[in-house]
Design a protein around this ligand. Sequence first.
Ligand code: TYM
Length: 327
Amino acid sequence: MKRFLSGIQATGDLHIGNYLGAIKPCVELQGEGESIYFVPNLHSLNTRPDPAKLRKETLSNIAWFMAAGIDPNKSILYVQSGVSANAELCWILNNFVTMGELSRQTQYKDKSSKKGVEGQLVGLFAYPVLMAADILLYSATHVPVGEDQAQHVELARDIAERFNNIYGDTFVVPEAVVRKVGARVMNLQNPDKKMSKSDEGQSGNILLLDNKESIQNKIKRAVTDSEGLVEFSDTKPAIANLLQIYSGVTGDGIETITAKYAGKGYGELKTDLANVVVDSIVELQTKYHELLKNEDYLLEIVKEGNRKANEIASAKLLEVKVKLGLL
Ligand code: TYM
């Protein structure tokens, strides 16, 4: 039986990269096996968030999951801090990973290169270990993520194999599910850089909360090139990015889209792209706002999700503790 698991951090407003790279695949995989989706709010602590903002963004991500189609009757939908076993397994797994491995994680390297290593929080450095615990504790077979998280899933695999080799079969070795299209949506103003929550407010991100005009303006102003040819190619990253967003949103293949715009300019592609993005995001937003109106209902969903997640997690944690001789 396949078990899908993924998480979306409560740190800043979600963008269309989060949707196409992770949320949409999570929804599509629901029903092909068991699924567990969650908000990793302990991960967010490395940005020292304002408590009220963290609480709000945690519930907001639960609402986005549900607005996109995650059904709490079909999937477990929970919040990381509601299951203590995640943090406890993280501590155990810290002893199965080296400083060298963590120093080589691209995301950590990117973040520490801006500020220098000395002042980095241990919580940021060790963040992939908590992510490994999130995955291994629930025996996930498949982890749908965007490309930037694939290296962390790879590390979770290494940790699982290392543990299993010493203590016998304990953890399922998980596989990252990274879509060909939509797994690395780039910034509309700088197509060499991925769209990122930490670039909030910039015109290069399409936020899930953007209104129609804002989406249209951002797409209209997206950088292109001077060739005017709608082609999918590594040498044309700006156009390739617009095409992958188009394909991710509509489900049409890249070839179908390039054929449709052959001989036409970028203007037409951009107008149509804005329309399809607006249609899909507006539909999501309507459901999202509806869900947020009833906070008690969302809290009930989380409580029930936490309960189910705790059952799975505590059984696995006990197995690990017995193997390690922890009384
Ligand atoms: P996070 O919250 O940064 O991102 C959530 C998901 O969105 C994907 N993503 C993108 N996909 C395509 N294009 C982009 N520009 C883009 N930006 C982000 C991410 O790859 C991710 O799938 N550490 C994780 C959260 C996490 C997790 C886990 C995920 C914690 N524990 C266990 C899976 C399994 C993170 O910070 O993702």
